[in-house]
Design a protein around this ligand. Structure first.
Ligand code: PMV
Length: 361
């Protein structure tokens, strides 16, 4: 598939259009964002791989209201079916965006959204869903007002808007690797939006694999909002934020130099730290399942035996992301399929890769 630049995609928008649609991917954090303040402002910077297979498609159709009122008017369809609960969440979200978009109360919006991954897979869809919605609303702004002229302003605003919906969504807007959060050694870094890592990603990380093992498809026992909030009283919060800042520097260096071993070590340290923080919060939560620990044990034993660079990470849930370079995929996949698949619900594994970012559809 030839990649069309975001600038060219924006140039293809026309003022006669009455709908826009974007496909936007999920992302997996290497250095995790955990702890926030204000409106989705992170307590520490984070960096992630943009994914590809796990994505949301969102189409927004907009029509000038026949009778002007002050309401936000949204009909929302998820996977073809009207969904009132999601509609009211989106209305609440858009209701806070008057300063960012002046046209929201003048139109009736119909939003149709679907995910590439099953709803009940336990995979968080907020990053792909909020980034896809942000891209659509920013495209409507472009159609109605002509602003912005270039992809830099467009993506910065879309990332800012996505962040207001779901913090980690800010990072889904950029190809391959994105970072979010102010860091003294990262140029242009900001707490209010993410930035692209740029073209310094080492060859070894091109096409990197992320096989997502669905160990449990159950609803999370604690929402990410509540999880972030628990960091406020966590006795290890300050040292954690320092650790994240250090891990950012090491991760960036590893990504530039192709140091897969250093990368893998941080990847696992970050996953274990996130879960340890939840375990020692008040109240305490254990987000791993027995299958999660069994998979982790097996991955570590496999690495010891084969010296192959297979490393894991976790989101705030029980499912395991297995990351490895493409060049060893033939040696690693048979192990995953034979030894780890039995721990997955109905043998479910989402085979994903580092991706090229969102695109208009
Ligand atoms: O974007 P939120 O509020 O769902 O938080 C995401 C938090 C983690 O996925 C655990 C880490 C991250 O940086 O993505």
């Amino acid at each position: 598939m030839t990649l069309v630049s975001i600038d060219d995609q924006l140039a293809s928008l026309s003022s006669s259009q009455s709908s826009v649609a974007w496909r936007s991917p999920s992302n997996i954090a290497i250095v995790k964002y955990w702890g926030k303040h204000g409106i989705q402002l992170p307590r520490n910077p984070s960096i992630s791989f943009t994914l590809d297979a796990a994505h949301t498609d969102t189409k927004v159709t907009f029509k000038k209201k026949e009778q002007v009122d002050n309401d936000i008017s949204v009909d929302f369809y998820f996977e073809g079916e009207a969904n009132e609960a999601f509609a009211s969440k989106i209305i609440k979200f858009l209701d806070g965006l008057d300063e960012e978009f002046s046209f929201l109360r003048d139109y009736d919006f119909k939003i149709e959204s679907s995910n590439s991954f099953p709803h009940s897979s336990g995979i968080a869809s907020s990053a792909s869903a909020m980034s896809a919605l942000a891209l659509c609303i920013c495209s409507i702004e472009k159609i109605l007002t002509g602003w912005p002229n270039d992809s830099t302003d467009f993506l910065q605003k879309a990332s800012y808007i996505a962040r207001l919906g779901s913090g980690s969504a800010a990072r889904s807007l950029f190809p391959e690797v994105a970072s979010w959060g102010t860091h003294s050694e990262i140029e242009n870094s900001s707490d209010i939006r993410a930035i692209a890592f740029g073209d310094e990603l080492h060859e070894s990380f091109k096409g990197y694999h992320d096989d997502i093992l669905i160990v449990s498809a159950a609803e999370k026992s604690v929402s990410s909002r509540a999880g972030h909030a628990l960091m406020e009283g966590n006795p290890f919060a300050a040292v954690r934020y320092e650790q994240a800042n250090r891990n950012m520097v090491s991760t960036i260096e590893a990504l530039k130099t192709g140091d897969i071993l250093k990368f893998g070590k941080i990847l696992e340290e970050e996953a274990m730290t996130l879960h340890a923080l939840m375990m020692c919060s008040d109240p305490s939560y254990i987000l791993m399942k027995a299958g999660t620990l069994a998979v982790i044990d097996k991955v570590r034993a496999f690495r010891k035996e084969t010296y192959l660079p297979l490393y894991f990470t976790l989101d705030a849930g029980p499912n395991v992301h297995l990351l490895y370079p493409d060049e060893v995929a033939d040696q690693i996949w048979p192990f995953i399929e034979k030894e780890l698949k039995p721990f997955c619900v109905d043998g479910k594994i989402i085979r994903d890769r580092i991706g090229s970012g969102p695109r208009m559809i």
